[in-house]
Design a protein around this ligand. Structure first.
Ligand SMILES: Nc1ncnc2c1ncn2[C@@H]1O[C@H](COP(=O)(O)OP(=O)(O)OP(=O)(O)O)[C@@H](O)[C@H]1O
Ligand SMILES: [Mg+2]
Length: 374
């Protein structure tokens, strides 16, 4: 999370979106957007703040942690949303890790239930699903609909309890009708599509798509000012602009570069960029992912990063021919490599075109030496 003065509020976008969510015909939304573009930060810090300011109740639940029991995480977060708290207190609670066990009060206030949030929790029972429904009903308010924000929901697609949870959640949200606004997002767009966009998806046609506005000039200016506040000097604007463009407007990669440069004033902007990218790729285990790929996986990943047309036809054959002219894999081998990349979360589809899911990984792949593709 970018703290305090580093956080850039997307104010007009947030206000318009909030207005549309409260007054429009739809009550459920899926937030799509490239990786690390600030989806989570926008939901937690901008949308939730506006909703709280207008006295709507807000819950935020991230289903990321595989090692947690997803339904109990939901119950815990919905229970939290019912208790009176300031927005600052809520935000602080959302960004700290969850307890392993917790006591929650039933929405009617008559009983206390102990829930286990760890992975060793028993599978959900009928009672747990009833409790989920009871919380949704308690939060439902047609005059001021409660905002339920679900992050990393793609996890439900693969979790053993996921199917049952999704079905129960869908029923509860449907019953609550206009009293709840639900927003779903995640870090895997393929995973989200699998849950919301395919014909056989459990939430097919359930939510209206929402696209996060890209960060532009106003964000850039804001970060340059934040740099001055943090480090007491100005960053070289030309170099900063070049880096922002190099990161395709990605806030995280740009901020990391500003941080490195701020801490080490002796570094050139180029050195800071190299160090930032190196640190980032180590942290994200890019090298490990690379080693797990076979030659054809790598070639396909690289071609997708390059935007080669006709991956399975002539375009792909010609590109591969430049690396391994004597060994051009057949169409079906290329297709199966592409499916592997998709299954492993490396690539995803935007408007029908495949891209690498993580733009930082795409740049890393583009920088691999030719030897990695032969
Ligand atoms: N509005 C913002 N102002 C300043 N920095 C931001 C903003 N949004 C995002 N960032 C920076 O980018 C980082 C990544 O943001 P965030 O985790 O919200 O992205 P995301 O789209 O949810 O990523 P993922 O696809 O991995 O889920 C943040 O930790 C923060 O450093
Ligand atoms: Mg996120």
């Amino acid at each position: 999370m970018s703290s305090g003065h580093w956080h850039f509020r997307r104010t007009p976008f947030s206000q318009e979106t909030f207005g549309a969510m409260v007054n429009g015909p739809s009550r459920a939304f899926t937030l799509f957007g490239p990786r690390r573009m600030g989806k989570t930060e926008w939901l937690r810090e901008d949308l939730a703040e506006i909703a709280s300011m207008y006295r709507h109740r807000v819950a935020y639940a991230s289903l990321w942690q595989i090692e947690t029991a997803p339904l109990n995480v939901l119950l815990y977060r919905l229970h939290e949303a019912l208790s009176p708290r300031s927005f600052a207190e809520r935000l602080a609670a959302w960004v700290t890790s969850l307890p392993i066990k917790a006591k929650i009060r039933t929405p009617d206030g008559t009983a206390e239930v102990e829930i286990d949030l760890s992975a060793t929790a028993p599978p959900p029972s009928q009672k747990d699903f009833l409790l989920l429904d009871a919380y949704c009903q308690a939060l439902s308010d047609t005059a001021k609909p409660a905002f339920l924000i679900f992050d990393e929901v793609q996890q439900l697609a693969t979790h053993p309890d996921g199917k049952a949870i999704v079905a129960a959640l869908r029923t509860s949200l449907d019953t609550a009708g206009r009293g709840l606004v639900s927003v779903f997002t995640g870090s895997s767009m393929e995973g989200l599509h699998a849950m919301f966009s395919r014909n056989d998806a459990p939430f097919f046609n359930f939510a209206a798509p929402l696209i996060l506005e890209p960060l532009g000039e106003a964000f850039f200016e804001h970060q340059v000012r934040a740099f001055r506040v943090s480090f007491g000097r100005d960053v070289d604007r030309t170099a900063a602009r070049a880096r922002f463009a190099q990161c395709d407007g990605n806030p995280e990669l740009f901020q990391r570069w500003l941080q490195v440069l701020g801490q080490s004033p002796g570094l050139t902007p180029e050195d800071a960029a190299r160090i930032t990218d190196e640190q980032f790729s180590v942290q994200q285990d890019f090298d490990k992912h690379w080693r797990a790929m076979t030659l054809i996986h790598r070639q396909m990943a690289r071609m997708i990063a390059e935007g080669v047309h006709g991956l399975f036809g002539q375009g792909g054959a010609e590109r591969i021919g430049k690396w391994t002219p004597d060994d051009i894999p057949s169409k079906s081998v290329r297709q199966s490599a592409q499916r592997w990349l998709a299954r492993n979360g490396h690539i995803e589809r935007w408007d029908g075109d495949w891209t690498l899911a993580d733009p930082a990984f795409a740049r890393w792949v583009l920088a691999r030496p030719e030897a990695d593709f032969r």
